[in-house]
Design a protein around this ligand. Structure first.
Ligand SMILES: C[S@@+](CC[C@H](N)C(=O)[O-])C[C@H]1O[C@@H](n2cnc3c(N)ncnc32)[C@H](O)[C@@H]1O
Length: 336
C-alpha cells in the first residue's frame, strides 16, 4: 500500500505502514517520540494488534534515526508484553532510561473461573444462588451474574460448584485485574556530553519544572488516576492528613490522570485504545523542547497529536488505517 500525507503548518499526518513512512523521513528531524504501539494481546475486533510490529527492532531503528541525538521516546506497553517492546527498543540502539507506571482503578479482570470451567467441561449447568457480599451481608437478590446495589447492601449473585472437583476449585481464577500500563522511557545516545548535546541539538534533558505536580514535587515515574481503588493504596497519606481532604492532597503528590471520557475521545471515535489527552500532554511536555516536533508512528485516533497541539508543539503522525487517520485529523484540527 502506498503511503499518503496530509501537511498543515503544525502537523503532518501519514496513512501507511510506519516502516515505509519512517524510511522517507529525514535523519535527526524530530525532537521526541511519544507513542502507543500495538500490545499484541489479541484485542477483540482488531486486526492491527496481531502483527507484533512493536517487537521488531527495525521499526525502532528507524525511529532512532529520525530522532535527534539525546531525544527521548516514551512508548506505552502492556504488563504482559512490555518486556518484548523494551528489548526491541534497546536492541535498536536506544538507552532504556526508566519506566513510568500509569496506574488506574477502572480496569476489568478477564479471568476464567476455574470451578465453572470444570462444571462446564463435565456438562453440568449451574443455578444462580445469592452469595455473601463484600461486607459480609447475606444477599437475597439473585439477578444474573453481577453486582446488585440496593440502599442497604451490595449483593452478588453467583453459582456454586456441582461436581466435587468444581467445589474443590471454587474461588480460583486465571488473571489479575489490570491496574497499570507501563510506559517505556528511552533516549537516543547523546552526541558527546550532555552539555554539548543540549546546546547543539536542544535535546537530552527532561522538562522537570514544566511537569511538577501541584505541590511542586519532582515528576515521578508514577502517574495515577486518583480513583478510590488507587487512593486506597496510599493509607499513610490518608492517615497523615485525616478528614476529607486526603484524596486531593495525595493525588497532588504525583501527576494524576483518569482514562478518557467520551468528550475527550471526540464524536465518532470508535478506536479501541484511546489514551487521555491530559496524560499525553504531560508526556509530550516532559520530553519535548518548547516549539519542538513530536512523532507518533502508531498514532491511532491522534491522542498524541491532539496533546502536541495543545502544548504548542509540531506533530508528525502515522497510522496504517485511513479511518483512524481521519479521526485523528478531526481531533488534531479541533485542538488547534
Ligand atoms: C494502540 S493503537 C494507538 C491508539 C492511540 N494511542 C489513540 O489514542 O487513539 C495502535 C495503532 O497502531 C496502528 N498500527 C498498527 N500497525 C501499524 C503499522 N505497521 N504502521 C502504522 N500504524 C500501525 C493501528 O492501526 C492502531 O491504530
Amino acid at each position: 500500500m502506498r503511503a499518503t500525507a496530509q501537511k498543515k503548518d503544525r502537523y503532518t499526518l501519514y496513512t501507511g505502514d510506519c516502516r515505509r513512512v519512517l524510511a522517507g523521513l529525514a535523519d535527526n528531524s524530530v525532537d521526541a517520540i511519544v507513542t502507543d504501539a500495538p500490545y499484541a494481546i489479541n484485542i477483540k475486533r482488531t486486526a492491527w494488534d496481531k502483527s507484533g510490529v512493536a517487537f521488531d527492532p527495525s521499526v525502532w531503528a528507524q525511529c532512532l534515526r529520525v530522532l535527534r541525538p539525546g531525544g527521548h521516546m516514551l512508548a506505552f506497553g502492556h504488563a504482559r508484553t512490555y518486556h518484548r517492546l523494551a528489548v526491541a527498543v534497546e536492541d535498536a540502539g536506544f538507552e532504556v532510561r526508566d519506566q513510568i507506571a500509569w496506574v488506574y482503578g477502572q480496569g476489568y479482570p478477564k479471568s476464567t473461573d476455574v470451578s465453572k470451567a470444570i462444571d462446564k467441561a463435565a456438562g453440568k449447568t449451574r443455578a444462580l444462588v445469592p452469595r455473601v457480599d463484600v461486607n459480609g451481608v447475606a444477599g437475597t437478590d439473585a439477578r444474573k451474574n453481577g453486582w446488585v446495589n440496593s440502599l442497604t447492601k451490595t449483593v452478588r449473585s453467583d453459582t456454586r460448584g456441582i461436581t466435587p472437583e468444581a467445589q474443590q476449585w471454587e474461588g480460583w481464577g486465571t488473571n489479575l485485574k489490570p491496574s497499570h500500563e507501563p510506559i517505556l522511557m528511552a533516549r537516543k545516545p547523546l552526541d558527546g556530553t550532555l552539555v554539548h548535546n543540549v546546546l547543539t541539538h536542544g535535546t537530552g534533558g527532561i522538562n522537570v519544572d514544566a511537569c511538577r505536580a501541584d505541590l511542586g514535587r519532582f515528576p515521578a515515574n508514577l502517574v495515577h488516576d486518583a480513583s478510590p481503588e488507587v487512593m486506597a493504596c496510599f493509607p499513610d497519606v490518608r492517615a497523615n492528613i485525616g478528614g476529607t481532604a486526603w484524596g486531593t492532597a495525595s493525588a497532588a503528590r504525583v501527576f494524576y490522570c483518569a482514562k478518557p471520557n467520551a468528550r475527550d475521545k471526540g464524536e465518532d471515535n470508535d478506536h479501541d485504545t484511546v489514551k487521555p489527552t491530559d496524560l499525553m500532554r504531560y508526556l509530550c511536555r516532559l520530553v519535548t523542547p518548547p516549539g519542538g516536533t513530536v512523532l507518533d508512528p502508531f498514532m491511532g485516533s491522534g491522542s498524541t497529536g491532539k496533546a502536541a497541539m495543545a502544548e504548542g508543539f509540531k506533530f508528525v503522525g502515522i497510522d496504517l488505517m485511513a479511518e483512524y487517520v481521519e479521526i485523528a485529523r478531526r481531533r488534531i484540527a479541533g485542538a488547534l
